[in-house]
Write a protein that binds this ligand. Structure first.
Ligand SMILES: [Zn+2]
Length: 414
């Protein structure tokens, strides 16, 4: 029997016939046109106001949308009716999971040998991963599973650069994975290699691995975390230089809030928040650590750690994985330069380096922006942070930036 896939066709027909025609018909109703306010509580009747030529009442939009599994096409389709109807205050929702039911106080989702547990108070997920306790702790070359040679012991490789014999960078599944898509980027065959002393080509190869594996792993994941830990205080268990890429099935609270804030800023100003932040940093100047025509590194005005540095592209874009080669090369240069300065200033401190980038489905969002953020681990978060969630920074970012600048270009600093 011959079958025809009518999926796309059916969706398109539903949109134009069922959805828009119903809205058009309902727009003819007199009942809401004479009101002072029109409340739209659901995407379902959103299009009505687009077809109602006399609907001059104030509109109030109040929707709950589940964004844990984003469907950008659907959002774009519905959003055009909202954008055409005024200036909605679009806030992303907090509460409703994919099944549409409110979460109970102890909601869990079984996940990859562990659990996702929902914290009702903070409205955020936590990960319970007992298997991670079994990770080996190896600092020296002896017994290192990532060093090439007879002792090498990793799951089958997923990618390498360059392709073929010998390699600069390779990726393997994480044996102690946090998710079904969690890979290790082995950044060099050399156990004593470091990003701060790397050549630009070596550093760019690591960034290229982050981009390539990010694109590969994001299908089916709500967001991808890319991070590099350096030093025991930053959480490393294997000293061999490596970074990690992990796909998560849910949006983190910080990613969700970032979408909400940046979307609101863009709706209000027409610009990305990152664009405005960078403009202020460039005009102020005192927190700039390094800058070239592609990448600006600065200590954030209100940061979370001493000597924190953000690396941002001069041309903001949502998706780190799509950054062009010239930007990646500039980022590689900036990273090694700033890391070398940090190493000199603070005697090789532990740090976490993370990529902030648009969650899956938001890669083309006009409001989102990627950045790479370096947070040294110099102090242990103490009682005040735990009690209030407010980070305490004891070195002013202006001071940190001046000290790092002096190490990068001593001749330019008076
Ligand atoms: Zn090694």
């Amino acid at each position: 029997m011959q079958t025809v896939d009518v999926g796309e066709l059916a969706v398109s027909a539903y949109r134009t016939v069922a959805y828009e025609e119903t809205a058009r018909r309902n727009a003819g109703e007199e009942s809401f046109r004479d009101g002072d306010f029109v409340f739209v509580h659901d995407p379902q009747p959103a299009a009505i106001l687009s077809f109602a030529d006399k609907a001059n009442a104030k509109r109030v939009w109040r929707w709950y949308l589940d964004t844990s599994q984003p469907q950008p096409e659907t959002w774009d389709y519905v959003a055009k009716f909202v954008d055409g109807a005024g200036r909605p205050d679009r806030r992303l929702p907090r509460r409703f999971p994919r099944d549409g039911k409110e979460r109970t106080i102890m909601t869990t989702r079984r996940w990859h040998g562990g659990q996702l547990r929902w914290n009702t108070e903070s409205q955020a997920w936590s990960i319970l991963a007992p298997g991670r306790q079994d990770r080996p702790h190896v600092s020296g070359r002896a017994g290192c599973p990532f060093c090439p040679g007879p002792g090498e012991d990793t799951p089958p490789e997923t990618w390498r650069l360059p392709d073929g014999d010998g390699w600069l960078v390779r990726t393997v599944p994480n044996r102690y994975a946090l998710s079904d898509r969690h890979e290790i980027v082995i950044e060099s065959p050399r156990h004593d290699w470091d990003l701060s002393t790397a050549t630009v080509a070596e550093a760019a190869a690591v960034l290229s691995a982050w981009q390539t594996r990010h694109r590969e792993l994001r299908a089916g994941a709500a967001q991808i975390a890319v991070f590099r830990n350096h030093g025991p205080a930053a959480g490393i268990s294997l000293a061999h230089p490596h970074s990690q890429i992990a796909g998560l099935p849910v949006l983190s609270e910080s990613a969700r809030r970032n979408l909400e804030v940046t979307r609101e800023h863009h709706a209000r100003t027409g610009r990305r928040l990152a664009e405005d932040l960078l403009a202020v940093e460039l005009s102020t100047g005192s927190r700039i650590v390094s800058a070239d025509e592609e990448i600006v590194a600065f200590s954030p005005f209100s940061g979370t750690a001493n000597y924190e540095v953000w690396f941002v592209p001069r041309t903001p874009a949502a998706d780190f994985a799509a950054a062009p080669r010239s930007t990646v090369d500039a980022l590689a240069r900036a990273l090694r330069t700033v890391l070398a300065a940090l190493r000199g200033e603070l005697s090789d401190p532990a740090y976490n380096l993370v990529v902030h980038t648009a969650p899956t489905g938001y890669e083309d969002a006009p409001f989102a922006a990627w950045s790479v953020r370096l947070a040294p681990r110099l102090e242990i978060a103490a009682g005040l942070e735990l009690a209030t969630g407010i980070p305490v920074v004891t070195v002013a970012p202006e001071t940190a930036a001046a000290r790092l600048r002096a190490r990068i270009a001593p001749s330019l600093v008076s």
